[in-house]
Write a protein that binds this ligand. Structure first.
Ligand code: FMN
Length: 356
C-alpha cells in the first residue's frame, strides 16, 4: 500500500480542525483517500451480522460524514461498512465555532458540534445517488434541537430514508443536544423504540423489506442504566446496540490545554471506558443482542479487545485524525493476525470470549 498521509499531515494539522475536516470530506467526495494499492480483505475478516454480509468488521463511525456527502470515498478507505449522519429532519447549523478540538498529546478529540447538518431532504438525495454495488451503509438519525416531540423526529428520519440504507442507528447519546441523553431512561426508551418499530412495521406492510434498527448509547452510564437498556434491548425487536458515543467525562490523565472544552471526548482516552461498558452490556444482554463496539480504536489489538468484550462489529473515527486512512488497513491486518494467533477461523467465534 502507498500511503501519502504522513506527507499531508503537517498541512492538514496546520488548519483549524473543522476546516481540515471539511477539506478531507472535499477530497473524499472526489474519491481521493491518500492511500493507493490496498489489497483485498483477508477472508478471516468476513462476517455476517444483522443478516448482512461484511468483508471486514471495521466500520466508519457516525459524525465523520454527517450529510452522506462522501460515502463512496469513505468506503474506498477500506472500511467494511460506513455510517453517515447524524441527520435531523430540518437542517441546523449546530453550536457556535470553534466546536472541534484536537487534543494531540492525548491522541483525542473534543467536539460539541450539536448536530450541524443539511437535513433529511438533502441526506435522502445523497443516498439516492449512490451506486447499487457498495459496502453496507448505515443512516444515523437524530432529533432537531428545537423539536417539541423528539421521538417524532426519529420516526420521520426512519420513514423518509427507509430502504435507502442497509441499517438505521437511533442516536440518543450525543452530549451536545441538551436533554437528548434522557431518552436512554427506561420509560423514554421504551416509548421511543415502540414508535420507531411501529414505523418499521408500517413500512414492511407496504412491501418494503426489513431494515435493522440499532440504538447508539453513551459510555457515561450507571449500573442501573445498563440494566434498563439491556432490558429494553432484549424485550423489544431492536436489532442491536452501538456502544458507545463520546464521553462527557474528563479523565485525570488528560494533558492537552483543550481538555476542559465542553462537549464529547473521543479517541484514545475513550478506549478503556467504552470497552468496559460494552462488556457490561454484553453480559447484561447475555450475548443475545448484536453489538457494535466503538470508542478509541487505534490498533488491531483495540478492535480485537472490543470483539472479545462482545462486539460483532467495530467502528472508529477519531484516530483517523492522527493516523490517516492507512489506519484502516493496519487495524484489519493486525486483527486478522491476532485472530489466527488465537486459533480462530472466523470472527463470530471470538465474540465475547474475553468473559470468563
Ligand atoms: C467530530 C465528531 C463528530 C461526531 N458526530 C457524531 C454524530 O453526529 N453522531 C453520532 O452518533 N456520533 C458522532 N460522533 C461519535 C463517534 O461516532 C464515535 O461514537 C466516538 O467518536 C467514539 O469513537 P472514536 O473514539 O473512534 O472516535 C462524533 C465524533 C466526533 C469525533
Amino acid at each position: 500500500m502507498i500511503n501519502l498521509f504522513p506527507l499531508a499531515r503537517p498541512f492538514v494539522h496546520s488548519m483549524d480542525p473543522e476546516a481540515a475536516h471539511n477539506f478531507t470530506i472535499g477530497m473524499l467526495k472526489r474519491g481521493v483517500t491518500g492511500c493507493f494499492l490496498m489489497g483485498a480483505d483477508d477472508p478471516i475478516l468476513a462476517t455476517e451480522v444483522f443478516g448482512m454480509s461484511f468483508t471486514n468488521p471495521v466500520g466508519l463511525a457516525a459524525g465523520f460524514d454527517k450529510n452522506a456527502d462522501a460515502v463512496m470515498g469513505a468506503q474506498k478507505m477500506g472500511f467494511g461498512f460506513t455510517e453517515a449522519g447524524t441527520v435531523t429532519p430540518k437542517p441546523q447549523t449546530g453550536n457556535d465555532k470553534p466546536r472541534l478540538f484536537r487534543l494531540k498529546e492525548d491522541r483525542a478529540v473534543i467536539n460539541r458540534f450539536g448536530f450541524n447538518n443539511e437535513g433529511l431532504a438533502y441526506f435522502e438525495k445523497q443516498l439516492r445517488s449512490l451506486p447499487g454495488v457498495r459496502k453496507p451503509i448505515g443512516a444515523n438519525v437524530g432529533a432537531n434541537k428545537d423539536a417539541e416531540d423528539r421521538t417524532a423526529d426519529y420516526v420521520s428520519g426512519i420513514k423518509q430514508l427507509y430502504g435507502l440504507s442497509d441499517y438505521f442507528t437511533v442516536n440518543i447519546s450525543s452530549p451536545n443536544t441538551p436533554g437528548l441523553r434522557a431518552l436512554q431512561s427506561r420509560a423514554a426508551l421504551e416509548d421511543l423504540i415502540g414508535r420507531v418499530l411501529e414505523a418499521r412495521e408500517e413500512k414492511i406492510k407496504t412491501g418494503a423489506g426489513y431494515v435493522p434498527i440499532l440504538v447508539k448509547i453513551a459510555p457515561d452510564l450507571l449500573e442501573a442504566d445498563i440494566a434498563d437498556i439491556a432490558g429494553v434491548a432484549t424485550s423489544t425487536k431492536i436489532d442491536g446496540l452501538i456502544v458507545s458515543n463520546t464521553t462527557i467525562e474528563r479523565p485525570e490523565a488528560l494533558k492537552s490545554s483543550h481538555k476542559s472544552e465542553g462537549g464529547g471526548l473521543s479517541g484514545a482516552p475513550l478506549m478503556a471506558p467504552s470497552t468496559k461498558i460494552l462488556g457490561e452490556i454484553y453480559k447484561a444482554t447475555e450475548g443475545k443482542v448484536p453489538l457494535i463496539g466503538v470508542g478509541g480504536i487505534a490498533s488491531g489489538a483495540d478492535a480485537y479487545a472490543k470483539i472479545r468484550a462482545g462486539a460483532s462489529l467495530v467502528q472508529l473515527y477519531s484516530m483517523l485524525v492522527y493516523d490517516g486512512p492507512a489506519l484502516v488497513a493496519r487495524v484489519k491486518a493486525d486483527l486478522a493476525h491476532l485472530l489466527k494467533a488465537d486459533g480462530f477461523t472466523r470472527i463470530a467465534d471470538a465474540v465475547g470470549t474475553g468473559h470468563p
